[in-house]
Design a protein around this ligand. Structure first.
Ligand code: GLN
Length: 448
């Protein structure tokens, strides 16, 4: 399997550009060792996987898609999720391309090279986990890990026609995930099927004392919830999720999916998430504020590349950051620093936190009467490379349907639900109650 994975990468990755770093020698050696193993009972025994490049891998280069970390060749430890995959004998094939520090929706903010959509390389794969989605869609690995702060697992999964889950905030340890916005970030699996997804989540979920926001909850066997039975399931469909701005082809694909659920004995009703129209503004204030604090650690001293043109220490900080970060990252740091500055804090950051609570309350209220919320993952299928990159606000608006889920902390999955006329995948988003990944998977699997 591991050899097949590298052969496939050699065949297609010159076009797809899903990988930033490969670990071929070590992976092949590990696979040979596993071949000699007599007890092959582990959950992910010998399964080739790819890891998004903001998840730290011991002695394997971890760049976050940034020039700042192009020389971060030798991290000293593994993220908890990587330790957990290793414990089940999954094999890491390499590190996957992404928008720099996970800021972006198209992979065009990677400071290396943009990943392309394997369905049609004129189109973006989505982002920021574009490499993670493209690698699975192109058959280069059997599963990958991504991270999702405002849609970065679900949106690329939708664009590339694979299954991607953002777990409940706190379900999966963030230890070793390079922080973008700590109150929103979650790691999750991207796979070809719902069953594979549930299997990987079973392995990576669970309490971790190294992450103070990790929840101490029992991890069920998610694969056991894949019964195919959704009789009596109560589905809420927010009218804001099918409003204008959502492409008609996407709307039709979602309506077809709802018909399938009806035929399986589920019922659906239209509901409202009245505060979702504030979600994008709220998200960009909160996530940029947190990013401005988290990215302060990149100073040219502790990590990454140090500027060679500096005369003194302050100059060195300034030049290392000016040279190391790309345009989008600088934009977010400036926005976040502004929103947190005294005099503006109450008007922007504090207000955004208050609206975040309203958005969460909208979901809580719906979940008093319904089991899941269903809508599209994205307003449109994948867009063309270059189409939105010069207009950050249009790019931000693409995340309008995924962002509320992160702000509320609830789980959400994207599953393929059809193709557009141009032959590009469309994603169906299924959102569940906190820690109710079981129902999310059951609902997704019944449709698949
Ligand atoms: N596209 C969003 C952003 O640019 C989401 C990114 C993410 O989820 N990491 O912030």
């Amino acid at each position: 399997l591991v050899e097949t994975s590298y052969n496939r990468i050699k065949e297609v990755d010159d076009e797809v550009h899903a990988f930033l770093t490969l670990d071929e020698e070590n992976a092949i050696e590990k696979a040979r060792e596993l071949d000699r193993e007599t007890n092959k009972s582990n959950k992910l025994f010998g399964i080739p996987s790819g890891i998004k490049d903001n998840i730290v891998t011991k002695a394997l280069r971890t760049t976050c898609g940034s020039q700042f970390l192009r020389n971060f060749e030798d991290p000293l430890y593994n993220a908890t999720v990587v330790e957990k995959l290793n414990a089940e004998n999954a094999v890491t094939i390499g590190k996957l391309n992404m928008d720099e520090f996970a800021m972006g929706s198209s992979n065009e903010n990677s400071s290396y090279t943009p990943t392309r959509n394997p369905w049609n390389t004129d189109y973006v794969p989505g982002g920021s986990s574009g490499g993670s989605a493209a690698a699975v869609a192109a058959g280069e690995v059997l599963f990958s890990l991504g991270s999702d702060t405002g849609g970065s697992i679900r949106q690329p999964a939708a664009f590339c026609g694979v299954v991607g889950l953002k777990p409940t905030y706190g379900l999966v340890s963030r230890f070793g995930l390079v922080a973008f916005a700590s109150s929103l970030d979650q790691i999750g699996p991207l796979t070809r099927s719902v069953e594979d997804n549930a299997r990987v989540l079973e392995v990576i979920a669970g309490h971790d004392k190294m992450d103070s926001t990790s929840a101490n909850v029992d991890i069920p066997e998610y694969t056991k919830s894949l019964t195919g039975d959704v009789k009596g399931l109560k589905i809420a469909v927010p009218k804001e999720y099918l409003a204008e701005g959502v492409n008609p082809e996407v709307r039709e694909a979602v309506m077809r999916a709802l018909k399938v659920y009806e035929s399986l004995g589920a019922t659906w009703e239209e509901v409202s998430l009245p505060h979702s129209k504030y979600a994008v503004a709220t998200y960009y204030l909160i996530s940029s504020s947190e990013a401005s604090a988290n990215l302060a650690r990149f100073d040219g001293v502790r990590y990454g590349v140090r500027s060679e043109n500096a005369d003194n220490m302050m100059d060195m900080f300034k030049k290392s950051r000016s040279e190391g970060f790309g345009e989008e990252v600088k934009r977010r740091i400036m926005l976040g620093t502004f929103a947190l500055s005294s005099g503006y804090y109450d008007a922007y950051y504090k207000k955004a936190q208050q609206v975040r609570t309203l958005i969460k309350n909208d979901f809580d209220k719906i979940f008093e009467n319904y089991d899941v919320v269903i809508g599209p993952t994205t307003p449109t299928p994948a867009f063309k490379v270059g189409e939105k990159i010069d207009d950050p606000l249009t790019m931000y608006a693409n995340d309008i349907l995924t962002i509320p889920v992160n702000l509320a902390g609830v789980p959400g999955i994207s599953v393929p639900c059809g193709l557009s006329e141009e032959g590009l995948p469309i994603g169906l988003q299924i959102i569940g109650k906190h820690f109710d990944e079981g129902t999310v998977y059951r609902t997704a699997h019944a449709f698949e």
